[in-house]
Design a protein around this ligand. Structure first.
Ligand code: NAP
Length: 304
């Protein structure tokens, strides 16, 4: 890793990899920093079926394809945990390295929200999982519970139903947040059961493993226990924006505010993908953001 780049991209999900593709193809000296595996949420997703031109692809495969394409034009890829980005576009890494970019694109995405109930932390990896694709196989022919009614919860429930004996989805209202067509697939799947108007209150365990979950009816406050071996919370996301806390570019929920060029109010600092304040968080919109940010950065750096 050198000290100075044209473009430093933080995060290698679809937004960061698209930015790297556009930046490096345009001839910018580009560095991608990532503190996990490339692909972001793609590698935690079973199937992608709404990326135009590709009818159905495994998330891990699309991630690998994007990574290979993004780095085929000499974009440099490095492991890096970014602690801070300052307004002069210095990027401070946890290992003490500092790199500087003429432009920075923050593409750090979001992290899964916790349930914050007793039993959750201590059972992480012992039945509580935030990644059905990674851990689903441990629950073959077992009973699992999914919490949440958004796209993630329902899509991953369909995946889990292919492995588990039963999948019980628990939602706190009497309606789902997920798209209609996914709801239809849930209704048609005989392995999937739905409990409405309940919230989880406690995760139960026995001999170091999850044994059940306690639910409370939001109207009557009556409690019931569902016996299960696995619990998959999919109750939304929060933005990964700790490294730009001091820049004054965040909204009240911690998402990055950007203009049409995906630039923050600080010239040369951009953001793209799920981490920005927007309505539609999809692979395609993340790629769109990354491409726009990199193209604008190119014009700004080259003065054309
Ligand atoms: P989401 O859409 O925000 O859904 C979160 C779900 O969790 C909602 O049903 C919510 O209930 C519930 N919830 C929140 N806090 C809870 C709590 N404390 N206890 C119980 N339930 C709780 O989150 P997501 O599914 O992770 O999706 C995030 C974004 O990515 C969305 O924009 C989504 O459309 C997108 N996404 C798209 C796709 C796709 O297009 N294929 C796939 C995955 C994700 P309420 O509805 O009552 O608030």
């Amino acid at each position: 890793m050198e000290r100075q780049y044209d473009l430093v991209i933080v995060g290698a999900g679809p937004a960061g990899l698209s930015a790297a593709l556009y930046g490096s193809r345009a001839g910018l000296k580009t560095l991608i920093l990532e503190n996990g595996a490339p692909g972001g949420k793609l590698i935690k997703t079973n199937k992608i079926s709404n990326y135009p031109g590709i009818k159905d692809i495994e998330g891990t495969q699309l991630a690998m394809d994007m990574f290979e394409q993004a780095t085929s034009f000499q974009a440099e890829y490095a492991y890096g945990e970014v602690n801070k980005i300052d307004k002069d576009k210095n990027v401070y890494l946890s290992d003490g390295n500092v790199v500087k970019g003429e432009a920075i694109i923050l593409a750090t995405g979001t992290k899964e929200r916790l349930l914050n109930i007793p039993g959750e932390n201590e059972n992480l990896g012992h039945g509580v999982s935030f990644c059905a694709v990674c851990d689903g196989a441990f629950f073959r022919d077992k009973d699992v519970v999914v919490i949440g009614g958004g796209n993630s919860a329902l899509e991953e429930s369909i995946y889990l139903a292919g492995l588990a004996r039963s999948v019980t989805i628990v939602i706190r209202r009497d309606v789902f947040r997920a798209e209609e067509h996914i709801q239809r697939q849930i209704e048609e799947n005989s392995k999937i059961h739905i409990i409405k108007k309940h919230i989880p209150t406690q995760i139960l365990s026995s001999e170091g493993k999850v044994s059940g979950i306690e639910l409370e009816n939001v109207d009557t406050h009556e409690k019931q226990v569902i016996e299960c071996s696995g619990i998959f919370p999919y109750v939304g996301q929060d933005p990964n924006t700790d490294c730009v806390q001091d820049l004054g570019v965040l909204n009240e929920r911690g998402y990055v505010l950007v203009d049409d060029d995906r630039q923050t109010k600080i010239p040369g600092i951009y953001a793209a993908g799920d981490v920005i304040d927007k309505n539609l968080r999809q692979v395609i919109t993340a790629c769109n953001d990354g491409a726009i940010a990199a193209q604008h950065a190119f014009h700004k750096i080259k003065g054309i």
